[in-house]
Write a protein that binds this ligand. Sequence first.
Ligand code: PMP
Ligand code: GLN
Length: 388
Amino acid sequence: KRKMPTYNGTINSKLPRVGTTIFTVMSRLAAEHNAINLSQGFPDFDCAPELRALVTKYINSGLNQYPPMAGVAPLREAIAAKNETLYGIRYDVEQEITVVPGATYGIYTAVAAMIRPGDEVILFEPTYDSYAPAVEVHGGVPVYVQLRYPDYSIDWQAVQAAITPRTKLLIINTPNNPTATVMSSEDMRMLEGLLRGTDIAVISDEVYEHIVFDGHQHQSVTRFPGLAERSFLVSSFGKTYSVTGWKMGYVAAPKELMAEFRKVHQFNAFVANGPFQYAFAEFMNNPDAYLQLGAFYQKKRDFFLEGLKGSRFKPLPSRGTFFQNLAYDAISDEKDTDLAVRLTREHGVASIPVSVFYRQPPAHRVLRFCFAKSETTLAKGAEILSRL
Ligand code: PMP
Ligand code: GLN
């Protein structure tokens, strides 16, 4: 066989600072060292058997060709019904909902539809890792607003100061990865007020919408008319139904924004996987799966925290998502990137160093642990961490 020849042209990278994502790096390291993998966010348990059976049923029934570009009708109807029941808003099934191959794709496509070179996009830092590259690859300019440590609260004056005539978009994420905080209704009203009278659109990453703890209520943009009118709402079936590998989600937006979104989508993925869409449509008829998700993960969070009671790690509040952040000032003054690697190699527990979600490592040092795991795994992880 012939080896691939080398590419000798000049590459002017559109993403010169981007390497491999931390999730890939840490999951690979965990596998190499046979470590407990509390790094990349995914469940270590399987999805509902009924959901697997539905997918099999629809594949076997021959629904294996291109579905409609916006998604199959029963699924769009189920998504509209869910949003109406939970948040009191009715998206138009024909024009305002599009099923997509994952939330990452939905966010990327919304950015592609909205951003021209030089346009500014307001991001909160720490920032989920896919946002800035999506902006930069389209020539957009990320403008960062720092979340205040340790409660990661939003400084609305700083947001106001970040808005310029070039601001086109603002991306929020609640419940938030990696901070595990949730935005309050006051936050949403502040945002609504700040954007009133502007042309700034919002991408609202709500992939953890059903994973909210301690009686907090998820503050979807859809609850606030002044935000709903300018927002791309993005959600992911991967998180809600414990099938992160299936890569499926949806975007909902006012029809004017959705029309632009679909112009890009139809020439990119064009559609999301058909048989899986029929399966989700049927499975969504039973709302228990997502209504019980908060309680399910709260129990896991509490179990993990109980295991860490005697530990020198200091838990930061986790109010949503399936992540628990731990500060380690009492244990080490290593950089979080170094400690995450050392814990994986030497102690067999993998985590995510939160500094990777910043442009410059902040003064405070925190590791993120995913508790979407079986109790056995969480107990083992907590026991190791408690010995440090
Ligand atoms: N946004 C956030 C905040 C996430 O944490 C994730 C994945 N964990 C995604 C988007 C991506 O979701 P998907 O796998 O559906 O692309
Ligand atoms: N969003 C997941 C996390 O935060 C990982 C997704 C990915 O690997 N791209 O861990």
